[in-house]
Write a protein that binds this ligand. Structure first.
Ligand code: S3P
Length: 447
């Protein structure tokens, strides 16, 4: 069984002159998922402001409701959650529809694994192809039982175990989703659950678990490997959470401003967690004119305003160890590289092949179709940039149910000779429902 998306809608993108103005992007997707989940596990009322109201996060909200939490939208981005307490999740009456959201699926599989309930997870055609074995493996060691579709995919059924067994698990892939699934399972398991993380990934779960009062420690050993230890059975206390703007969403407008002559765009209130800001470091190393203002802390996360001005970027060899901190930004980064001066080389990006789409194949095919010089390798792309000239355009590209592919081609459409058509822009609503409105606003400042 595969769930359907909202209606297919093509999008046509072409330059409208410089992009100018100050905008705010919606709340961080990763933090929004975690805010809902942890609030639903605290006893009492938590309040969340700035929650991302995209389809992925709404799938998490619906699932937590189906398992007993009271979740209510009280205003634009404002939500209240009455949690059931760790261990208090209830048997959902139907299948949990995860839509397009890998984060919802993998994190919730972790939560369910140590509760006495059985849950079936279903999703759209994109999600139904994505590998779940990476969470099934550690959660099975903890005692949960799984019946998955061939290849360890959705639809799948999880039977949680109480009491489950605490484990020490060394991550075989650099994945914050796998790390978080194990930690969330550990919340309802007596004893210490340990995740050993050789390559650092986004640490929102660790920060927020601590914020909710969990006993969680992080030790970095002599080999620079992180040992994250969580003491279960945890008692979480309700919180007020302000969700910072999503640096992954901001990156689309930052790159659009950098490649479009005459542009100057400020994005306010952007999360600057160092496990997320690889894109900004690499763009600066390429010569991007980026300035940061109003640096502060919001909800345990660093936040800043970022201003980007049009820049001639220089090609770069991206070190593979930066990949986890810019993992979701590669599609739009490839756009920047296509318009940079000289060659950009990326490697070690095999994970991009199992995101919402095969992002290496999709970006290579789409960029080539609009005139970019791209060579696809097993673990990355090699791109010869135009040196600041627009790309040719004049083709239709496929978004393959991948929001970030659709938005990346909307960005390249700002510096192109002939319009580019994205066959389906509806997936943008999974992470950034206001993307097109904000793009229009930045274009309109020219009038
Ligand atoms: C996420 C982790 C990343 C990222 C995804 C969100 C999260 O996935 O690509 O968009 O919120 O934990 P992996 O951890 O699988 O790399």
């Amino acid at each position: 069984m595969v769930t359907q998306h909202s209606q297919t809608r093509p999008g046509r993108f072409q330059p409208q002159g410089p992009l100018r103005g100050t905008v705010k992007v919606p709340g961080d997707k990763s933090i929004s998922h975690r805010a809902l989940m942890l609030s639903a596990l605290a006893i009492g009322e938590s309040r969340i402001s700035g929650l991302l109201e995209g389809e992925d996060v709404l799938a998490t909200a619906a699932a937590m409701r189906a398992m007993g939490a009271h979740i209510e939208r009280t205003g634009d981005g404002d939500w209240t959650v009455h949690g059931v307490g760790v261990g208090g999740l209830m048997q959902p009456s139907g299948a949990l529809d995860m839509g397009n959201s890998g984060t919802s699926t993998r994190l919730l599989m972790g939560l369910v694994a140590s509760h006495r309930l059985t849950a079936t997870f279903i999703g759209d055609a994109s999600l139904s192809k994505r590998p779940m074995g990476r969470v099934i493996d550690p959660l099975s060691l903890m005692g949960a039982e799984f019946t998955a579709s061939p290849g360890g995919t959705l639809p799948l059924m999880v039977r949680g175990l109480v009491p489950a067994v605490p484990i020490s698990y060394r991550l075989p892939v650099a994945s914050a989703q796998v790390k978080s699934a194990v930690l969330l399972a550990g919340l309802n398991i007596a004893g210490i659950t340990e995740v050993i993380e050789p390559v650092p990934t986004r640490d929102h779960s660790e920060r927020m678990l601590r914020g909710f009062g969990a006993d969680l420690t992080v030790e970095v050993d002599a080999e620079n490997v992180r040992h994250i230890r969580l003491m279960g059975e945890a008692e979480l206390k309700p919180q007020e959470i302000e969700v910072p703007g999503d640096p992954s969403s901001a990156a689309f407008f930052i790159v659009a401003a950098l490649i479009t002559p005459g542009s100057e765009v400020t994005v306010t209130h952007v999360g600057m967690n160092p496990t997320r800001t690889g894109i900004y470091q690499i763009l600066q190393a390429m010569g991007a004119d980026l300035t940061y203002a109003n640096q502060r802390e919001v909800g345990g996360e660093p936040v800043s305003d970022i201003t980007a001005r049009h820049s001639i970027l220089r090609g770069i060899e991206v070190p593979p160890d930066v990949a986890p901190s810019m993992i979701d930004e590669f599609p739009v980064f490839f756009v920047a590289a296509s318009i940079a001066q000289g060659r950009t080389t990326t490697s070690g990006l095999d994970e991009l092949r199992v995101k919402e789409s095969d992002r290496l194949a999709l970006m290579a095919a789409g960029l080539k179709a609009i005139g970019a010089q791209v060579e696809e390798r097993e673990g990355g792309l090699i791109i010869e940039g135009t040196g600041g000239e627009p790309l040719e355009g004049g083709a239709t590209v496929s978004s393959a149910l991948d929001h970030r592919i659709a938005m990346s081609f909307a960005v390249v459409g700002q510096h192109i000779y002939h319009p580019v058509t994205v066959d389906d822009v509806s997936p943008i609503a999974t992470s950034f429902p206001t993307f097109e409105a904000i793009l229009n606003k930045l274009q309109a400042q020219n009038d």
